[in-house]
Write a protein that binds this ligand. Sequence first.
Ligand code: HPA
Length: 271
Amino acid sequence: MSLKKIMESKEYLEKRFKKSPEIAMILGSGLGVLADEIKDKIIIKYEDIPNFPKSTVKGHKGQLVFGELMGKKVIAMQGRFHYYEGYDMKQVVFPVRVMNMLGAKKLLVTNAAGGVNKNFKPGDLMIIEDHINFAFNNPLIGKNHNDLGPRFPDMSHAYSADFIDIALETAKEIELQIKKGTYMFLTGPTYETPAEVKVASYLGADAVGMSTVPEVISAVHMKMKVLGISCITNMAAGILDKPLDHKEVIETSERIKDQFIMLTKNIIKKL
Ligand code: HPA
């Protein structure tokens, strides 16, 4: 994925938005509702943006929403590109690079995840403190673009400590019980086996999921400040004796959407 392609997409979007976004947002499964809260929206479908990956899923919502949220200029991805869909890592992170080039230096990334920590329950929101890349691939493999960032990026504070504090403080203010923990990324599309969930737990994961980590790596590469929030939509395999189903993922994110919107809107005000 060349820099030229990123710049072409950026130039196309710049003409449509006219203003520069401060905060980029990636909205996970069932969490796209946050984009509906954006005012003075300009919506652009992924398929209309030059060089954007082509969606593999028919009827899948895939669009960028630009506008104002809590007084901040934001750009939101309603729908993301997953590694398990067959995109390569560079395609998965392409939109993050474009949003950064448009001016967004902060990233709020959200996802649905399976709870590994037994103190969690479906419907909990978890501030991501750190991650484990268990997909054994990395979007930065290959030639490094020095214009984007360094060859060997530091991942000591991939998730901004300031943003974590803001998120925890905001949750307290709105009297929302919140969790924090480590997110482990696996490729999917299968849910994990109970044995894999045990491994995840032994290795220090509090939640497992199939997204987010590639985008965060790419954002950190570009020195963006990142905040990650997982919605624990279900307990991971083997924790409860219950088959996993995508329906439960959607139902849980639907159930907690008001809390999610309240939390994220109040956080955005302070980012
Ligand atoms: N595992 C992986 N990804 C997920 C899960 C899960 O249990 N729930 C939602 N996304």
